[in-house]
Design a protein around this ligand. Structure first.
Ligand code: UDP
Length: 135
């Protein structure tokens, strides 16, 4: 079933010059780009995006990280796009993510792990409305 999901290329991805490589992974898999925007977000949007994590110990440094520079936000579409993106992204901790995944190949961090992908249909709906309200 065709689905839409929100993908963020986090500030580390932009700083490291990996935008082309990462978009290429999603495109060559067969996902379509529906919307795209390069944006530096403020703490308020970070808090809304990561609403489920704001009380966690790891949130203050995560908030500082995701507001530290531009991120590339995208809506991707395709068959089972939500799960497909999360498989391409790999496990949260880049040190443990499987080789072949984006994080497994390109990240050594549990925080600066390059990418975000919505984790469920409900999250995708909420996050797409948050980032791309006109879509
Ligand atoms: N994160 C962190 N420390 C942790 C766990 C997560 O800094 O101990 C960051 C990391 O950037 C991760 C994001 O918080 O991508 C959201 O965490 P989640 O568990 O939702 O992971 P994801 O869905 O991104 O794999």
């Amino acid at each position: 079933m065709s689905e839409r999901t929100l993908v963020l290329l986090k500030p580390d991805a932009v700083r490291r010059g990996l935008v082309g490589e990462l978009i290429g992974r999603y495109e060559t898999k067969g996902l379509s780009i529906i919307a795209m925007d390069l944006r530096t977000i403020d703490g308020e949007l970070a808090d809304r995006h990561y609403a489920e994590h704001v009380e966690r110990d790891f949130y203050p440094p995560l908030r500082a990280f995701v507001t530290s520079g531009p991120m590339l936000a995208m809506v991707l579409e395709g068959d089972a796009a939500i799960d497909v993106v999360r498989t391409l992204n790999g496990a949260t901790d880049g040190r443990k993510a499987a080789p072949g995944s984006i994080r497994g190949d390109l990240s050594l961090s549990n925080r600066e792990n390059l990418v975000h992908g919505s984790d469920s249909a409900d999250s995708a709906k909420r996050e797409i409305a948050l980032w791309f309200p006109d879509l």
